[in-house]
Design a protein around this ligand. Structure first.
Ligand code: NAG
Ligand code: NAG
Ligand code: NAG
Ligand code: NAG
Ligand code: ZN
Length: 439
């Protein structure tokens, strides 16, 4: 083989391999292009309508976000809009009244869930957190509003979500009966699966609920290291939601609203007020008391004048002779401060006592020694505040807004979804002050 032949062979070989190389590159570019087209079209095609995921982390006191490294919550805050000094719950700062205020925009007397436990004075029937009969749940929650506007909704737990109201029947595929044992990750996975549905079937409004860190807060109080761990776990679960949405190419298109229902304050056995200590002034029998603490709710029998009971109780409490007496103030409900919005319902008994921050009311001395945490107090206490974070196309990045009451959230959601809501106690102008105009 001559030198020329050999070099010709080499040349053709290298020509062949370089053209193979070019082919591969072209193929690669073409497939990358197709993939890019596929993903970008699927990302934009996925969400043909605005979507809101409303997340509640129960008892997430404002400030908990600083207790542990919370990279995922911090990411939502940095790239979204935050209530700079927290979200103000409604009074009483309890779980059921607040969750239902968030989804109805109403103060508790108007949505009917005036406490976690209460009585209907007409029938004598008791409402508990397991009561799903529509008669208790007044007003129009967001999932019903969404359906009335011909959009679809899904709930992964929320007080009231199992109740059949109007077109909402808690359908199996889009509504879960409450079961606190379901792992948080299962809840997130179910919500993420909704984003694998054909575009038009992706619900416009989705709720997601986590019992923590309320659960730990009651047992150990807000300052325990258990809270730190619980907050870190909530952050991780938010991270898995973000990651799942990112994998589906929809994270930047979805609106995430993360809130809590109330805060938490430390309680201890030295901070107790005992009703039996008032006996020298007035005997309060156990069966007059519908709820003890921190919102003492008393309905005496019809033969007893509530005003007399209030006067006698306050006489005792102010006498200086009752342990921690000054830490409980008793009112006829119509005399409560107007800002509490807590009189306009038959379900609220005539006598309401407000315990001071961190104090609890009990019938008598049981000698039980315990420290923990509680909520339900006056919503003016900073310890009762929780968080508000909004993230998504209508929320400005890095924006801080002043604290506001959670009854504003209903209008915020209907504005994002561009639907007509029911009359409520939020202000009509609130959404304009918080949201960016639609793209
Ligand atoms: C929803 O659909 C029904 C039936 O098609 C229609 O009558 C109604 O006007 C629609 N409502 C809204 C708010 O679009
Ligand atoms: C509640 O959830 C747990 C965990 O998923 C499950 O094992 C249990 O069967 C559920 N309980 C009910 C009553 O469905
Ligand atoms: C304390 O109150 C409970 C509940 O009413 C009652 O069962 C108990 O006997 C009372 N104890 C004392 C020492 O009065
Ligand atoms: C709250 O809204 C209800 C229903 O629209 C209304 O009856 C009530 O007067 C409102 N209360 C306040 C304080 O705005
Ligand atoms: Zn709660």
């Amino acid at each position: 083989m001559g030198e020329e032949e050999e070099s010709a062979l080499l040349l053709s070989r290298s020509k062949r391999s370089s053209s193979t190389f070019t082919y591969c590159i072209l193929l690669l570019i073409a497939s990358m292009f197709l993939l890019a087209v596929y993903f970008s079209s699927s990302a934009t095609a996925k969400l043909h309508h605005p979507v809101v995921i409303l997340i509640s982390s129960d008892g997430f006191r404002f400030g908990y976000q600083f207790k542990a490294p919370t990279p995922n919550i911090r990411r939502l805050i940095q790239d979204g809009t935050e209530a700079e000094s927290g979200l103000i719950p409604v009074f009483p700062t309890l779980t059921f009244p607040n969750h239902y205020s968030i989804v109805t925009g109403l103060y508790p007397p108007h949505h009917g869930i005036v406490n976690n436990v209460f009585f209907d004075p007409l029938t004598g029937q008791q409402f508990t957190m397991q009561s799903h009969e529509p008669k208790w749940w007044l007003a129009q929650p967001l999932w019903e509003t969404v359906l009335l506007n011909n959009l679809s909704a899904a709930t992964y737990f929320w007080p009231g979500s199992e109740v059949h109201k109007g077109p909402w029947t808690c359908p199996t595929a889009f509504c879960q009966p409450y079961n606190g044992s379901v792992p948080f990750q299962d809840r997130v996975d179910t919500v993420l699966n909704y984003f694998d549905l054909p575009s038009h079937q992706i619900p416009s409004f989705i709720t997601l609920y986590f019992e923590d860190p309320d659960h730990q807060g009651h047992r150990v109080g807000p300052d325990d290291s258990e809270i730190t761990q619980s907050v870190a776990r909530i952050d991780a679960i938010i991270g898995s939601l973000i990651q799942g949405l990112e994998q589906r190419g929809v994270f930047q298109d979805v609106h995430i609203i993360m809130v809590g229902d109330h805060g938490m304050v430390g309680t201890c056995d030295t901070k107790l007020v005992f009703l039996d200590d008032l006996a020298p002034w007035i005997q309060i029998p156990r069966d007059w008391v519908q709820y003890f603490t921190p919102i003492l709710s008393i309905r005496p029998p019809p033969s007893v004048d509530p005003a007399h009971v209030v006067a006698k109780m306050n006489e005792g409490l102010n006498s200086g002779k009752v342990e921690n007496g000054a830490k409980l103030k008793v009112y006829l409900k119509e005399d409560l401060p107007e800002r509490l919005h807590y009189s306009d319902s038959d379900r609220i008994p005539p006598i309401i006592g407000l315990a001071d921050e961190g104090f609890k009311v009990e019938q008598n001395r049981t000698g039980k020694k315990e420290c923990g945490g509680a909520h339900g107090y006056d919503n003016a206490f900073f310890s009762m505040r929780t968080i508000f974070i909004g993230h998504g196309p209508r929320f400005a990045r890095g924006k801080k807004i002043p604290s506001f009451e959670n009854v504003q959230i209903y209008n915020l959601v209907t504005s994002i979804l561009d639907i007509k809501g029911a009359p409520n106690n939020g202000s009509d102008s609130f959404p304009d002050s918080v949201l960016l105009p639609p793209a």
